[in-house]
Design a protein around this ligand. Structure first.
Ligand SMILES: NC(=O)c1ccc[n+]([C@@H]2O[C@H](COP(=O)([O-])OP(=O)(O)OC[C@H]3O[C@@H](n4cnc5c(N)ncnc54)[C@H](O)[C@@H]3O)[C@@H](O)[C@H]2O)c1
Length: 494
């Protein structure tokens, strides 16, 4: 059943100023799910204005009280978890167990940040003069624009909004146009939990119009962006013109290294989950498999039948392992990369085509694909494909494995399978990445740790954990001199 949705601005539901709309489609079936407002600068202006007004009272609400509201958000997300997971599976395709996990990330973040309401630690340290004190505390920054992708439609907005909210900021959320319904429901739940009107606003529309207007709006203090490196670079360049603070979480070309001493059965489990989970459409998905030459053929022999057994299907069907890709454009882009891989001389072992049998023909399904004999400088080994395509690369040594892993313009997640404790320690030292997994796949971040990557994956910020608060707060240092006289630092104590 298709429904018409509206923006939520200042607590009120509103159509786009233009009156235009766009459609929300189920990628597994092609079915129309809903119609959303195609907003423009006027809608952004209204949303930023509502957020700016709300900031003046939200920043004064004691943080423990803000935490109580976030705690209720966590409770409501738990209550509505199944509904939200089904909305998400319908609009972006990943299988139910994964969309339940996506909501769970939001629940975890709500409880974690609710607790921060009674911490938000600053610090005090001694000062150099007598009868004087000093402390550093965190101030909110103002209006935060959250620009989010479609692959984690609930988790990613919560990773941005909850730390921003606990710190006293207000929000304009612009979700991806492929997954507007999950974001809409999330904002409804925030309001049901008691988030005051105007504190969280949602505006639907394109990156080129709504996103741009947010980047350039003088009352937006921070852009918190997750998406492709190409879009993120553009956001950074545009925001730099007004010295706007930008936090970027972008693409990945993540690798699993399998050494000659690895537990190969265990490695196969991690490879399957990391490469084909979410149909390969995770920023942390494994798309490069770096295998020591002594176990190369043996590992592939174990892996191939397991890939063959993966069941493609509608994510709402509990029997499905792998859902569709997000849209036709992405399906075509993946297939283009497969053709590039073949033309570069890689050997296609399995998959390599859109899946069109029976019901699959209605949606955007792609066969789980494996290439072997891939060289590190081939495009399929260098560029983010964002689909179920894995490239197996053979290496002769541990050192070569590390070098191949690090030779990428991205740096989000890496993994190594080995039983050798010395190699583990060397990998911890030498792999340049934001996240490293030992004897596990490249996915599975937990919200209490910093999340983000090096090189083209990010711009030095991290989301989640305590580090996530740094994006949304400004340090303020307060010196109090109770000596009753002018004391000059660096002068009077010489
Ligand atoms: N590092 C991470 O934490 C992380 C997590 C998930 C996804 N990703 C990355 O996201 C990408 C997939 O998501 P996507 O296809 O939605 O990315 P995308 O860059 O196309 O879009 C992301 C968001 O940016 C908006 N946008 C696009 N152009 C814009 C512009 N000019 N100005 C402002 N906003 C603009 C889009 O409308 C969308 O809301 C992949 O590259 C993936 O690796 C990264």
């Amino acid at each position: 059943m298709s429904t018409t949705f509206q923006n939520i601005i200042g607590g009120k539901r509103q159509d786009a100023h233009s009156g235009k709309t766009f459609q929300n489609i189920n990628p597994a079936t092609g079915e129309l799910l809903g119609t959303f407002p195609l907003s423009d600068e006027t809608d952004v202006e209204a949303a930023v204005s509502a957020a700016r007004t709300a900031f003046e009272h939200w920043r004064l609400v004691p943080a423990p009280k803000r935490g109580e509201i976030l705690f209720r958000v966590g409770e409501l997300l738990s209550r509505y978890k199944e509904d939200l997971a089904r909305i998400m599976t319908r609009e972006m395709g990943k299988v139910l167990k994964e969309t339940r996990g996506d909501v769970q990330e939001g629940i975890d973040m709500a409880y974690y940040m609710a607790g921060e309401g009674r911490r938000l630690f600053g610090y005090t340290v001694p000062v150099e003069l007598p009868n004087k004190s000093g402390m550093a505390l965190r101030d909110p920054v103002g209006v935060v624009a959250c620009i989010t992708p479609w692959n984690f439609p609930v988790a990613i907005p919560t990773w941005k909004m909850f730390p921003a909210l606990i710190a006293g900021n207000t929000i304009v959320l612009k979700p991806a146009s492929d997954t507007p319904q999950s974001a809409f429901r999330l904002v409804e739940i925030l309001h049901e939990a008691g988030i005051p009107e105007g504190v969280v606003n949602i505006v639907f529309g394109s990156g080129q119009t709504v996103g741009e207007a947010l980047i350039h709006h003088p009352d937006v203090s921070i852009i918190s962006f997750t998406g492709s490196t190409e879009s993120g670079r553009h956001v950074a360049v545009e925001a730099a013109k007004s010295l706007k603070r930008v936090s970027l979480e972008m693409g990945g070309k993540n690798a699993i290294i399998v050494m000659d001493d690895a537990d190969l059965e265990l490695a196969v489990e991690g490879i399957l989950w990391s490469a084909y989970g979410t149909t390969g459409q995770r920023c942390t998905a494994c798309s490069r498999l770096i295998i020591h030459q002594d176990v190369y053929e043996k590992l592939l022999t174990l892996l191939i039948p397991r890939i063959e057994k993966l069941r493609l299907g509608n994510g709402l069907d509990e029997a499905s392992d792998v859902g569709p890709v997000i849209n036709k454009r992405q399906l075509e882009s993946i297939h283009e990369y497969v053709k590039i891989g073949q033309s570069e001389g890689a050997s296609l072992v399995i998959g390599g085509k859109p899946a069109t049998e029976g019901e699959l023909s209605k949606g955007f399904f792609y066969q789980p694909t494996l290439f072997k004999d891939v060289k590190p400088d081939m495009r399929i080994a260098k560029e983010e494909i964002f689909g179920p395509v894995l490239s197996a690369i053979k290496v002769a040594s541990f050192e070569e494995a590390i070098a191949v892993n690090n030779d990428t313009k991205y740096g989000l997640s890496s993994a190594i399978y080995t039983q050798n404790v010395n190699r583990v320690q060397q990998a911890v030292r030498d792999i340049t990445t934001g996240i490293l997994y030992v004897n596990s796949g490249t996915t599975g971040a937990e919200i209490q740790f910093p999340f983000g990557g090096t090189r083209g994956t990010g711009n030095g910020h991290r989301e989640a954990g305590i580090a996530g608060l740094d994006v949304f707060t400004e340090w303020k240092v307060v010196y109090t001199d109770y000596s009753g006289k002018l004391q000059k630092a660096q002068i009077d104590n010489q």
